[in-house]
Design a protein around this ligand. Structure first.
Ligand code: ATP
Length: 367
């Protein structure tokens, strides 16, 4: 049982700053996903913890002890990477056993058998990596990482090279498997759905900086900034420029020419300042019913995506939004005139200059 702590870690390669003051704690038994765009520094962060790169500044501690001067093999870390990195000349059995050090032969056999049963690869233990499917390779690499019972487990996009069906299954299986190990797990992924399915908390890394660390549902409901909001959600969040004004104690704003109530009633500082209004496609209602708070729009196109109807809507000012609806909830088709609504507490407001989120809509406040 070991806590992993990163304290103000900096790393640059030439002109590229890959880690800027990164501080993060992962408790034993906790899974923290590191998620961010390509090139944001996720792999470099893992490699610093593993001992492949040294931080320029800051400290990395495992179980309260600094490990930056310790050789990689003495850090008590298990690793599995997207390219599996198995020894090609060794069987799956020997690859898994290579994760154990200083253990007697009988003990090795027992442990490899138990681990391969857990990961459902008992039947391929005698196979060389080239005889394994990508899913079996990935499970072998995971077994090798887990078998030494490491205090810290680093997983770098371990599901990237496996097919969609197995990826889906592993997303369901991995959390309980990883928790059983009691390791502090840092799990890098480029897929926000995977991060949300697997992690207890998500650390969002953009340009080497951790911009938000929170539980998956909190990040989705209360993204720290426009940049974070855009990373979570498919289709991506709708954004419109607005200038909120107070009206009878409530905040309202014109969205594509229609005055809409934004139920954010304690935001005096944002009134009469330009903001970004963000509404997720899942929160957009498309209806034939006009009236107060209904924005006239035309349906440009309807596409089925992931069992939902994704609707491209064009407002009178030519700006466009997307709505993602259950197909049976769609009352109209392409080229029809409709109205768009959203619940006031579905509105997220972001500072126009900094992109940071302003205020907390009441219903979505943290419990
Ligand atoms: N050994 C190195 N020498 C110089 N630059 C490097 C080195 N390793 C990584 N970089 C640079 O550091 C930045 C961060 O790379 P990193 O691989 O950590 O990104 P990432 O977030 O893991 O991306 P991806 O999701 O695509 O794997 C990139 O600009 C990369 O080119």
């Amino acid at each position: 049982m070991a806590r992993l702590e990163l304290k103000a870690v900096d790393k640059t390669f030439g002109a590229v700053s890959c880690a800027r003051g990164v501080s993060l704690t992962v408790e034993p038994g906790e899974i923290v996903a590191v998620f961010g765009p390509s090139g944001s520094g996720k792999t470099v962060l893992l490699r610093m913890i593993a001992g492949m790169f040294e931080p320029d500044e800051g400290d990395i501690l495992i179980g309260g002890r600094s490990i930056v001067d310790a050789p990689p093999e003495q850090r008590g870390i298990g690793m599995a990477f997207q390219n599996f990195a198995l020894f090609p000349h060794m069987s799956a059995r020997d690859n898994i056993a290579s994760g154990l050090r200083g253990t007697g032969a009988a003990d090795i056999t027992t442990k490899v058998a138990a681990m391969s049963r857990l990961l459902k690869i008992e039947h391929v233990l005698g196979h060389k990596p080239r005889e394994l499917s990508n899913g079996q390779k990935q499970r072998t690499a995971l077994a090798r990482a887990l078998i030494g019972n490491p205090g810290v487990l680093l997983l770098d996009d371990p599901l990237r090279n496996v097919d969609a069906k197995l990826r889906y299954e592993m997303r369901l299986e991995l959390p309980s498997l990883l928790r059983r190990s009691s390791a502090a797990v840092l799990y890098v992924t480029q897929d926000y759905r995977e991060a949300m399915a697997i992690a207890d908390r998500i650390a969002v890394l953009i340009n080497g900086r951790l911009v938000q660390v929170a539980r998956p549902e909190d990040i989705y409901a209360r993204p720290a900034s426009v940049a974070v909001a855009r990373l979570f959600g498919d289709p991506s969040i709708n954004l419109s420029e607005v200038t909120p004004v107070p009206e009878q104690g409530r905040l309202t704003a014109a969205v594509a020419g229609t005055q809409i109530r934004l139920d954010a009633d304690e935001l005096p500082s944002v009134t009469r300042e330009r903001c970004w209004l963000g509404v997720r496609p899942d929160d957009v209602v498309v209806t034939r019913q006009g009236g107060e708070g209904a924005i006239p729009a035309r349906i440009v196109a309807v596409t089925p995506i992931h069992e939902r109807a994704v609707v491209l809507l064009r407002f009178a000012d030519e700006s466009e939004w997307l709505a993602a609806l259950a197909p049976e909830a769609l009352e109209a088709g392409a080229d029809e005139d409709v109205f768009v609504r959203f619940a006031p507490d579905a509105a997220l407001l972001f500072d126009h200059a900094t992109g940071e989120r302003i205020g907390v809509p009441p219903r979505r406040q943290a419990a």
